[in-house]
Structures are given as structure tokens and as C-alpha cells.
Design a protein around this ligand. Structure first.
Ligand SMILES: [Fe+2]
Length: 284
């Protein structure tokens, strides 16, 4: 599947990689690959209000590990380092493997677990927002992280993008991964709204959106507002949803009713896998 994107600020080295042969097919692979040997994108929910597997800890917050052939990325850190550590252990995740960190926004339930990853890693590439306080940036730099800011849509690793800062009042960014099945959008709290994030995603990259996963921030939305959001996401072609964290029970049940089997239960321990993009990303 060839994909196009517009207006994205790629890192120079990644442009070279992408043009040279596609983000996920850098190494020579046998021509006939079955599903098990083809490169996969793998998302593991490490921190959430909901549990998906036994023996995990649930808590208000969100964190998701994203593993690709060339990148291991942690999106948000949840609220408490001890819980992030404990869930990682139960799920067989070594936080030392993380090379890239994305913080969606500066709320404790997303950045509070930071020390759990900083104490296990060295020289992280950390993606922040311009609006982040100095204390948080110092914490990252003191741990030898390289701090980056994505003001506008940016490719941060092969097949991995940030939306740039969205939201008029509270800045937040979302993560987008290009997979062979379509785009996968990971949201922290979605304060700017899931519809706004889906629209930004589709202005950056060719759809469809295969899956939106994370907090949808619809706790206080009325039933009418929820129906509107669901209708808009469906009309934007969002194929599957996995709302958890701050989405709210009512939103979850309405999404479930509307999306049927394309509503995916999420929570700590849930793993989503998709094949990597099979061809080169084409740059306009
Ligand atoms: Fe949150």
C-alpha cells in the first residue's frame, strides 16, 4: 500500500530511509512471507483505568508501548512509576528497550510515571510540546534525553508521526502509525477532541484510519454530543475504535453499540498488532 502525506516535517535521516526503500522493509526479507515472519507494528497498553488481562494494575492514566522493527516507542507514562514498572514486568516489557518517548500533554496521569522509563534508559529521543514546563524538560535533559518539539505534523521515525500540538486551551499531540492495514492513531486524553485529531491525521496522511486507541475524553459529554462524535468519526472513515482511560462508560457503550465488533475492548495488557507498510511511503 502506497501512502502519501502532506505538510509533514520529516527528520532528514528518515526521509533518506523512506525514499530508499520503505520504513519497514530495510533489511532483505524473503519474498514470500507469512504473517508470522512479516514485520509487525505492535501496541501494548501498559497503563490504563481498565484492565484487559489478569494480574495487571489498573489506575487513572494512560501509557502504550509501540514496537516497530526499527523503533521502540513509549507513548505517555501513566501516573505512577511503580505501577508502570509493575505492569511492564507482568507483561514482559523491558522499559530499557525504549528509544523514543512521546508525551501527549503535561498532565500527571500521562507524565507522572516518567522516572520509571528514565531510570531504565539512556539517551532517549523525547518528543514534547512547546508549552511544557521547564521542570519537565530539565527532568528529561538530566537523564540525557534529547528533547524535541513537534510544532507541526512531523515524522519522528519510519512510519511514525506526530500530529503537532492541537487544542486552543490545553495543548496535546497524538501519535499516528502507518500500517499496512491503515493508520493507527494513539491518543492520550484527546482534550482537543477525537474528531479534531482524526481530521488532523487525515490532513497529514492518506487514510483510512484503521484504529483509534486511547483516551477519548468524553466523560462529561451528553448522549447527543456522543452520538455526534461517533457519527463524525464514522463519516471520517475511522474503521475501529478502542476507547479507554478518560473516555467514560457511556461513551464506551455507545461506541460499542455503533461500532459492533469493530469496537475493541482496551485496557492494561491489550495488544494490537498490524503488519507494517509493505511499500515505500511516497513524499509529495
Ligand atoms: Fe488523561
Amino acid at each position: 500500500m502506497h501512502r502519501h502525506h502532506t505538510g509533514i516535517m520529516p527528520l532528514v535521516s528518515f526521509v533518506t530511509l523512506a525514499v530508499a526503500g520503505g520504513p519497514c522493509v530495510q533489511t532483505a526479507m524473503p519474498q514470500a512471507q507469512d504473517e508470522e515472519t512479516s514485520p509487525q507494528v505492535r501496541l501494548t497498553v501498559l497503563y490504563d483505568n481498565y484492565g484487559y488481562r489478569p494480574s495487571v494494575h489498573t489506575d487513572w492514566g494512560f501509557s502504550c508501548l509501540v514496537e516497530l522493527p526499527e523503533t521502540t516507542l513509549l507513548f505517555d507514562t501513566g501516573a505512577r512509576p511503580d505501577i508502570l514498572r509493575a505492569n511492564s514486568r507482568v507483561l514482559g516489557v523491558d522499559l530499557a528497550s525504549v528509544d523514543t518517548l512521546v508525551l501527549s500533554h503535561d498532565h500527571q496521569d500521562h507524565v507522572g510515571g516518567l522516572s520509571a522509563v528514565l531510570s531504565r534508559t539512556q539517551r532517549l529521543d523525547a518528543w514534547t510540546l512547546e508549552s511544557f514546563p521547564d521542570g519537565l524538560l530539565h527532568q528529561l535533559r538530566d537523564a540525557n534525553s534529547t528533547v524535541h518539539t513537534a510544532i507541526s505534523p512531523t515524522e519522528i521515525a519510519p512510519s511514525v508521526y506526530l500530529t503537532g500540538e492541537l487544542g486552543a486551551r490545553l495543548g496535546e499531540q497524538a501519535l499516528v502509525i502507518d500500517s499496512a492495514e491503515g493508520l493507527v492513531v494513539v491518543t492520550g486524553c484527546a482534550h482537543p477532541g477525537p474528531v479534531c485529531i482524526a481530521r488532523r491525521t487525515l490532513s497529514m496522511l492518506e487514510g483510512p484510519i484503521h484504529l483509534m486507541v486511547g483516551g477519548f475524553h468524553l466523560l462529561n459529554a451528553s448522549e447527543g454530543e456522543l452520538e455526534e462524535v461517533i457519527e463524525e468519526l464514522a463519516s471520517l472513515g475511522v474503521q475501529r475504535v478502542a476507547p479507554s482511560h478518560c473516555s467514560g462508560e457511556r461513551a464506551r457503550s455507545l461506541f460499542k453499540r455503533a461500532y459492533g465488533e469493530r469496537f475493541l475492548e482496551s485496557g492494561v495488557g491489550r495488544v494490537f498488532t498490524m503488519p507494517c507498510v509493505a511499500g515505500p511511503t511516497l513524499y509529495r
